[in-house]
Design a protein around this ligand. Structure first.
Ligand code: ACM
Length: 263
């Protein structure tokens, strides 16, 4: 399967311009599934919850309709991060969109730092979606720090984890190698680049978007700075083989009866 990443610096608050840039980028090389950054339509650093509410959209809504139209025109699928308004609730969400519209919605479970001031934590369990004959899992950025997120998706048969991100800490790209390896799942992290200076804060984003196969091998990585489209061929059948030696299976050897759930 050909996986495309579009690493860019979304312009804060400029939803239409960001969608235009996404449209232009996806008109280049062909991919079966594109992964875009977290909050790709709005930018990241909301001043407060009221500003977030003004920029957030329902799902489905205008941005998901625009992305579905792009999927129809390009014969592809897209996973994109966006700010979702659902009644009074605001979610940092990832949508999985195909030519017919929204296929899957994930609301970020582990909110990072100031996100806690603007968003509600996602209330739903991690789940997987059909992607041709494979299964797709969704997680967002800081979810990388919680191995339970990727493991929950792997235990439901995820072959690929699409991972929109706005990373500011330097650890994730290396840590995701372990997420891929311990679960035997391909992982596509699409990070953003650039900086945002808003609400008395400044954040720089770390780029280095990457695609890992189910053995944790890096099949392609974008630079730390600068806009980049990266399209790589990933063998998702590899995710179906969980053996690590003749006698060991990543998921089958687990001993959940001996693990402490923390509850
Ligand atoms: C993050 O979760 N955006 C760091």
């Amino acid at each position: 399967m050909r996986i495309g990443l579009y690493q860019f610096a979304p312009e804060f608050g400029a939803v239409e311009r960001n969608l235009e840039r996404i449209g232009k980028a996806l008109r280049g090389e062909a991919a079966d599934l594109w992964v875009l950054p977290e909050l790709a339509t709005t930018g990241y650093l909301f001043a407060d919850r009221a500003e977030c509410a003004r920029l957030a959209e329902p799902v489905p809504g205008p941005s998901t309709e625009a992305l579905a139209a792009l999927c129809r025109a390009r014969g592809t699928r897209v996973v994109a991060g966006l700010a979702e308004r659902a009644g009074e609730r605001l979610y940092n969400a990832a949508v999985y969109i195909g030519p017919d519209g929204v296929v899957g919605l994930y609301r970020k479970v582990h909110l990072f730092d100031r996100e806690r001031l603007c968003f509600d934590p996602g209330p739903d369990p991690f789940r997987v979606h059909e992607l041709d004959r494979f299964r797709l899992g969704l997680m967002i950025c800081f979810d990388w720090l919680f191995p339970e997120a990727a493991r929950s998706l792997a235990l439901q048969g995820a072959d690929l984890i699409a991972h929109p991100a706005n990373l500011v800490l330097p650890y994730c790209q290396a840590a995701m190698v372990t997420r891929a390896l311990e679960n035997g799942v391909a992982c596509a992290t699409c990070n953003r680049v650039g900086a945002e200076r808003r609400a008395g804060e400044e954040l720089s984003f770390t780029g280095r978007s990457q695609v890992l196969d189910a053995r944790g091998r890096c099949l392609g990585q974008a630079p730390a700075e600068g806009e980049e489209t990266l399209v790589v061929e990933v063998d998702l059948d590899l995710s179906r083989d969980k053996r690590i030696t003749e006698r060991n299976d990543r998921l089958g050897d687990r001993r959940p009866d001996l693990y402490f759930s923390g509850r």
